[in-house]
Design a protein around this ligand. Structure first.
Ligand SMILES: Nc1nc2c(c(=O)[nH]1)N(C=O)[C@@H](CNc1ccc(C(=O)N[C@@H](CCC(=O)O)C(=O)O)cc1)CN2
Ligand SMILES: Nc1ncnc2c1ncn2[C@@H]1O[C@H](COP(=O)(O)OP(=O)(O)OP(=O)(O)O)[C@@H](O)[C@H]1O
Length: 190
């Protein structure tokens, strides 16, 4: 199958999860993430603000704020296809819809990519090698090369988004993630 069709198919089946099912699975994924060393030790982290049936990040963000972590969310420039990290001061307040209807802070306070200890990554499909298929914008593939080599990348995914092997779809610019957390397991890539 072509990359585009595979992405479409997986995203379509993810949209078929009921709200209750998505919530329950997201809770299991959240529980796993919140006890990972990479989360507990992170002083500065970035997380996406989930839309539609993406693995929900609300509780992760609330906990990070409670724990006094510095937390950033993506702000995209859809013309330049680039993405910056913006400081999140509160949640769910202070947010406004940006490109693609994804919420963004109403006031932009930049956080440098080099300051991030942990990046929680969204996606359409993943494999156990950490290969990732995104939405096709290339936003994370342009952003991730700018983070510190020591920063940890963790993707959140439902089991239904896990493919056996995506190697054949990967291009030179594609960035792999270090962990994939699903409702059933934690996959550590390296
Ligand atoms: N919650 C969340 N935030 C995120 C991402 C994400 O995957 N999830 N991103 C990860 O990269 C970046 C935004 N990337 C995106 C890339 C493409 C489309 C997109 O193509 N959306 C429509 C088509 C719109 C159009 O083509 O005009 C679609 O889903 O069909 C959306 C977001 C940054 N923020
Ligand atoms: N680092 C990069 N430099 C230049 N172009 C890039 C880079 N990364 C991706 N692109 C371009 O962006 C487009 C989308 O890439 P790709 O299909 O890999 O996105 P994706 O990883 O699925 O999306 P996203 O990261 O937004 O979730 C492609 O045309 C690709 O050539």
């Amino acid at each position: 199958m072509e990359k585009k069709s595979l992405r479409k198919q997986i995203l379509a089946s993810r949209e078929l999860l009921s709200p209750q099912d998505a919530f329950n699975r997201s809770s299991l994924i959240t529980e796993r993430l919140l006890v990972l060393d990479a989360f507990l030790k992170a002083n500065t982290m970035m997380a996406y603000l989930s839309i539609k049936n993406e693995v929900q990040t609300g509780h992760i963000i609330e906990r990070a704020l409670q724990d006094g972590k510095e937390i950033a969310v993506p702000v995209v420039n859809s013309n330049k296809k680039s993405m910056k990290a913006a400081k999140l001061l509160s949640y769910p307040g202070g947010l406004v819809p940006g490109p693609y209807g994804i919420l963004e802070p109403a006031v932009f306070l930049p956080i440098s990519a080099e300051d991030l200890d942990l990046i929680v990554v969204p996606g359409a499909a993943f494999d156990p090698k950490g290969n990732r298929l995104g939405y096709g914008g290339g936003y994370y593939d342009r952003f991730l090369p700018r983070v510190r080599p020591g920063a940890v990348t963790i993707a959140l995914a439902y089991e239904m988004q896990m493919m056996e092997d995506l190697s054949n779809y990967m291009e030179p610019h594609d960035c792999r993630v270090e962990y994939v957390v699903t409702e059933e397991r934690i996959i550590k890539v390296k």
